[in-house]
Write a protein that binds this ligand. Structure first.
Ligand SMILES: Nc1ncnc2c1ncn2[C@@H]1O[C@H](COP(=O)(O)OP(=O)(O)O)[C@@H](O)[C@H]1O
Ligand SMILES: [Mg+2]
Length: 300
């Protein structure tokens, strides 16, 4: 890390999605043509949301990933930049299709999501600005671009930079391959079930710790908080949730991962990082918006 007093840098690698959100009276049955009461477009995707969270929480963030050169791509690059995220590691892939989501929200806040994971984005990693890792305090990855995680995590390990993985729902083989490459695999409930099918959460965390030089394994459990275990611990620890009235839990896990990665970059102890990240995730679930550092500090 540089010796300056600038906030630490967190590199977030993985998915960015153009989320088109329509507010509707009812989710229609076909054939149908219904008016929307409201509409917005904005960046979604695990790593992109984590990067935005890092900036809101007072860190510096860079996003590494791919978009297509289609109509959905460029607005995402602009939106991330407007949030203060460094996008020098965001590649426009010629002929690629940008990941996109259609999100239908009814008056009760129930969501129906149609997502397209993108196409033609390739697997090439040669262009990644790996030199930047030396200046980073943490690398935070999601599993949507496994080739990118493999290359960046190896560079981070060599540089002694902690690597956090959002173990979100994925093919089992992808998670089994990625977990031993990272220091802090933090799963969602469905992600842990994909990683260790048929096992209970504690067994799943033990499997992750035994799979390689993994330091901490965790599973975020929504309104039940987070269950985590460090290498060498006898049993898992539960960090209780911050009690909130949730209005929109979308993105709570993404914000948790960004906050936890920033906490690692700041040198926080694991138990404190879990509390910090759980509070950030809870505020996101309460407000449907990513909290600032002042908001998290206040509730802690
Ligand atoms: N309803 C909630 N009440 C309190 N905390 C929450 C709530 N939803 C999420 N959180 C916090 O955010 C974290 C991540 O949310 P979770 O729902 O587990 O992730 P994901 O969005 O990936 O499914 C949780 O571990 C918890 O600390
Ligand atoms: Mg998640």
């Amino acid at each position: 890390m540089s010796g300056s007093s600038r906030p630490p840098l967190v590199i977030c690698l993985g998915n960015v999605v153009a989320d088109h959100t329509f507010r509707v009276e009812d989710i229609p049955q076909p054939p149908a043509k219904v008016p929307a009461r409201g509409y917005s477009i904005g960046p979604g995707g695990m790593a992109a949301n984590a990067a935005i969270a890092v900036v809101r929480l007072g860190g510096r963030a860079a996003f590494w990933g791919r978009i297509g050169d289609d109509l959905n791509g460029e607005p995402l690059a602009e939106a991330l930049e407007a949030e203060g995220v460094d996008v020098t590691g965001l590649r426009r892939v010629p002929g690629g299709r940008t990941p996109v989501g259609a999100v239908l929200v009814d008056p009760r806040g129930e969501r129906t999501i149609i997502s397209f994971r993108g196409s033609g984005l390739g697997t090439d990693t040669d262009w990644l600005p790996l030199d930047m890792i030396r200046d980073a305090g943490a690398l935070c990855c999601d599993p949507r671009w496994p080739e990118g995680v493999t290359v960046a995590a190896a560079a981070a390990r060599e540089a002694g930079v902690p690597v956090i993985l959002d173990g979100e729902r994925s093919e089992t083989r992808i998670l089994v391959d990625l977990v031993p490459r990272v220091d802090h695999p933090i799963f969602s409930v469905p992600g842990l079930a994909n990683y260790a099918p048929g096992r209970d959460p504690e067994e799943g965390l033990r499997q992750a710790l035994a799979s390689g030089p993994v330091k901490v394994a965790a599973v975020t459990q929504g309104e039940k908080g987070v269950l985590w275990m460090a290498a060498g611990d006898d049993k898992p620890t539960r960090t209780p949730p911050l009690p909130v009235e949730a209005t929109n839990t979308t993105g709570a896990g993404d914000v948790f991962h960004g906050a936890y990665a920033l906490a690692m970059a700041e040198g926080m102890a694991v138990a404190d990082a879990m509390r910090f990240a759980a509070a950030a995730g809870a505020l996101r679930a309460r407000d449907g918006a990513t909290p600032t550092r002042a908001m998290v500090d206040e509730v802690l």
